[in-house]
Ligand binder design. Structure first.
Ligand code: PLP
Length: 393
């Protein structure tokens, strides 16, 4: 039997990513493919850097998209800034901190773990204590927005503490970029990576990164070669670098970059502050509805991410059955718990293009219906009203 073209269903993506992609971005992806050294593409790349610098709020020259998903951005930061034998403090409060540890150890570095409860922000005092106990630490790494739990850490304060002890900082901003305040230069972040499929609402597969002059200095003065040829920034810069002539390194994912360009133009049109406010306001509306229903947030209020709402599954409810009915009856995707939170929480994303009042109402309506059908102990028929009142504020 001949295999026919694949036509995916139209879903509403309210999980931990990917998020709904705007039709404008999908249209941009279908524009004509040109060569990656075409003079037109070279000036497009310059625009891309300008747009990324804006999104990150930085003047860092070394700002570009890595041609692979967020995990590759993470790896790019670690392989370039960590050498064998280097001590790295990793603050872990969820799944992604665990991956940072893996990265450090695979490079031959020494990972010193600072653990916080899952569902809480990183505790700055614990970082300071760890730095005092490990004065030979070279790098401090942490996740700004822990998508696995919905907790947001105070990046500015953590970076300040790291610098007091002369460490470089690596910050995971995969879920924060575009969704919640993030100021790379003002906060003096040395190396940062993000992803395209969360609050930028672009297709998955690219990872914007940015490196401060201090981080670049460290990369230039390494004693050992970067273990990864593909991610060695000294080589990648031959293609993405500003002043030098563009030389072939790898074939850039041309059309994917069109999509990112469009998503960033949309962010620029909206304005960063407006995008942050939109994520915040839709989160408040969703929260009002969920709490009216009787559902509880995992993360204390002051540490919550607006774009990722982790909710405890009520006792006796089959959490996987709820997600499965939401998908089949409403075409609505929400996320399951990861790692230690598997089976215990749902993760409802309000990321990028998907963070809008229509999705808030859809999700509350759908959850109300499905939970009542499964005889869960919730208050029926009050959620959307509560959200509407918040949206009208
Ligand atoms: C999604 C995510 C990643 C990984 O990004 P991929 O694009 O899936 O590789 C890393 N860190 C955080 C905090 C994330 O949410």
């Amino acid at each position: 039997m001949a295999i026919t073209p694949f036509h995916p269903p139209q879903r509403v993506l309210m999980g931990p990513g990917p998020s709904d992609v705007s039709p404008r971005v999908l249209e941009a992806l279908s524009r004509p493919t040109i060569g990656h050294l075409d003079p037109v593409f070279v000036s497009f790349m310059d625009e891309m850097k300008v747009l990324l610098k804006f999104a990150f709020q930085t003047d860092n020259e070394l700002t570009m998209p890595v041609s692979a998903p967020g995990s590759a951005g993470m790896e790019t930061c670690f392989v370039n800034l960590v050498e064998p034998g280097d001590k790295v403090i990793v603050c872990q409060n969820g799944v992604f901190g665990g991956r940072m540890k893996e990265n450090v150890e695979r490079i031959g570095g020494i990972a010193v773990m600072v653990q916080d409860d899952w569902g809480r922000a990183v505790d700055p005092q614990k970082l300071e204590d760890a730095l005092k106990a490990n004065p030979d630490t070279k790098v401090v790494a942490f996740v700004h927005a822990e998508t696995s739990t919905g907790a947001q850490s105070d990046a500015k304060t953590l970076v300040e503490i790291a610098h007091k002890y002369h460490c470089l900082t690596i910050v995971d901003a995969v879920t924060s970029l575009g969704g919640t305040p993030l100021k790379v230069d003002e906060w003096n972040i040395d190396a940062i990576y993000s992803g395209t499929q969360k609050c930028l609402s672009c297709t998955p597969g690219l990872s914007p990164v940015s490196f401060s002059p201090n981080a670049q200095e460290k990369i230039k003065n390494r004693k050992t070669r970067v273990q990864s040829w593909f991610m060695d920034l000294n080589l990648v810069m031959g293609y993405w670098g500003g002043a030098t002539k563009r030389a072939y390194h790898h074939t850039a994912p041309i059309n994917a970059l069109y999509g990112l360009h469009e998503a960033l133009v949309m962010l620029q049109e909206e304005g960063l502050h407006n995008a942050w406010a939109r994520h915040h306001n839709n989160h408040l509306a969703l929260r009002a509805g969920l709490e009216a229903m009787g559902l509880n947030f995992v993360v204390p209020e002051a540490e919550r991410l607006p774009q990722l709402n982790a909710i405890s599954v009520p006792d006796g409810v089959d959490e996987a059955a709820v997600r499965s009915i939401l998908l089949s009856d409403y075409h609505l995707e929400i996320g399951a718990g990861l790692g230690a939170m598997a089976g215990k929480v749902w993760r409802i994303g309000l990321m990028g293009h998907a963070s809008n009042p229509r999705n808030v109402r859809l999700c509350l309506n759908a959850l109300d219906d499905v939970l009542v059908r499964l005889k869960a102990p919730i208050k029926h028929g009050v959620a959307v009203d509560a959200a509407n009142r918040k949206l009208a504020d």
